[in-house]
Structures are given as C-alpha cells and as structure tokens.
Design a protein around this ligand. Sequence first.
Ligand code: UT7
Length: 331
Amino acid sequence: MSKISAAITAVGAYVPDYVLTNQILETMVDTNDEWITTRTGIKERRILKGEGKGTSYLAIKAAQDLINKKGLNPEDIELVIVATATPDMKAASTASYTASQIGAINAFTFDMDAACSSFLYGMSVAASYIESGRYKNVLLIGADKMSSIINYKDRATCIIFGDGAGAVLFEPNEEGLGLQDEYLRSDGSGREFLQATYGGSSFPVTEEAMAKGGQYAFQEGRTVFKNAVFNMADATVKILDRNGLDKDSVDWLAAHQANKRIIDATAERINLDPAKVMMNIQKYGNTTSATLPLLLNDYESQLKKGDNVIFAAFGGGFNWGAIYLKWAYNS
Ligand code: UT7
C-alpha cells in the first residue's frame, strides 16, 4: 500500500464587509496613506462590527463557505481545529462552538495558538492526524478578530491588523500530493517584543492594567521586523535545500501577510519571480491566523494539481517556519 499523505482538498473564506481604509485611519491617528503604503503595502483592512460577534462568527462563515463549495456533509468532519490568537473567550474553545454551529456533530475540536504562525503550525497538526491514518476529514480554520485587541489610538499597530478567516479541508492522498515537509521553530525569548499581555494567568486583567491599555496588543515593530525577515527567509531556504527545490521548481510562495517588505525579502532571498508570490496584504492587512488560507482562497483558481507551494510564517512567541506542500486539485 502506498504511503498516505495529507492533502488540502477544499478552501473557504470570509472577511467582514466593513472596509477600514488608510484614508479613514488618517482621521484617527497621526499617519498617512503614503507612510502606510510604502512601509507595509497595506491599503485597507476588514473589521468585524456588531456587538457580541467574535472570532467564531468569522470561523463559522469561512467553514460554511468551504462546506458549500465542496458539497461536504458536515457530519463527515471528524476534527475541527481553530487556529487563533483571539478566541471568543478564555475558556470554552472557539472550535467547539464553531463545530456545533456548522453541524459538525461527529467531530472533536480544539483551538490552537501560535500567534501569526497558528495556521502554519495547524497545518502540521492537521496533516499528522491524516498521515497517521486515524482520521480522514480534518477541518483547519484560521480566524482572528484582531480588532478586539487593537488600540485604535496606537499608530504602530492599528494600521497593520485586520479581521478575517479562512478554512481548509485535509484528506488522505495516495498519489503523493499534499504536505511533503516542514521546518518549524520557536524562540520564547522573543515574546517581550510582541504580545497581548493582560488576560493571561501571569497578568490578570485589573482595572489598573485596563487603564494603561493592557488589554491591547503591543509590538516593538523594528525588532519584530528584523527577526521576521531573517527567520522567514532562513526557513524558506532550508525547506527548499532539504527538498532539492529551487526558484524554478517552486510554483508559489504563500507567506504570512504581515508586511509586504518582509514577503519581498523572503522572495528575493530565493530569487523567486514576483509573479509566483501570493499577495493580498493590500486588501486585508495582517489577519494573523487567517493570512495563509485567505491567500489560498484568492489564488485557488490559479493553483494547479501538482504545484509546489511553499508556506512561510513568522510571529509572536517568536514562532516561525516553512512548509512544503504539493497542491492536490484543479478548481
Ligand atoms: O505578524 C506578526 C509579526 N509582525 C510583523 O511582522 C510586523 C513587523 N514590523 C513591521 O512591519 C514594521 O516594523 C512596522 C510597519 C510596524 C513599522 O515600520 P518601520 O519601518 O519599522 O518603522 P519604525 O517603527 O522604525 O518607525 C519609523 C518612524 C518612527 O518615527 P521616528 O522615531 O523615526 O521619528 C515612528 O514613530 O515612523 C513612525 N511611525 C509612523 N509614522 C506614520 C510609526 N508608525 C507610524 C504610522 N504613521 N502609522
């Protein structure tokens, strides 16, 4: 019997309707369209409005999009993973609620958080369950309502992040398609440079902390930028070398959309033709766990069976890495 690999067989996505443009941000903080565009590549981002709507709202919509496109019976889904840095609440997983709402009544569920690398790590987890032969239908959703932890008075963060969700289905493949290799790393000494501090067990939410804006995400942008450029490019080079790939045999780079300059630097390091670099940061900004599946959704019609896709991400933790996957279908 041939080895079972884990292939992505369907994609779905959802972004909220409200568009927060650079021009609107100019009226909120001391910034301008030219600065944001040249430093980040971002023109607009989507924001989820409406009281009580959290990350599960985005995750459910993305999952339903996938279910409708694929014609999938939700009762056949065996595992639902929600990759997110902004769960609905501290306890009671967002994945459990999402699964119930989409009718995945036969699934077990859990959330996983590795900040901006949540979806990348989630691919590794989802694929492992398939490769082991234990499950045949694993739904991986990357969803974040970043606007829930952003201070819209802090120009260093509010220009970058947006809300959104994307979903992929992993199924077994016997043609050798799907996930081929991964290089994943972490360095906890980096956490001081990018964090949403309060609300965790070491830093309970107090009135004093809230008064200082402790509930919001903070980053030392320049340090994070330098580490992201080095590590995303390094992981990408390592995964290429290890698999005998070069700029010609790579068909697509799907890199975490945190800053266009970081993505460009990664592509330049491997001399990749810019036409092979997936890019939608201009429309959505950094949606944390949703950037990679949103890219797949936007580029799905261009992806061909057998294409060599390199995924790369870097984020808070620090967590980073690269994954090599062979695309499994023509849409
Ligand atoms: O996804 C998770 C990982 N996150 C990332 O990968 C983000 C990595 N970091 C970045 O993308 C960039 O560091 C930023 C986009 C956040 C900032 O860009 P930068 O080129 O590193 O700018 P900087 O922080 O070094 O700031 C340069 C100047 C500063 O002014 P002075 O000190 O030179 O006078 C800032 O105060 O730009 C100023 N500045 C702004 N000006 C206009 C910072 N934010 C803004 C702003 N508009 N929004």
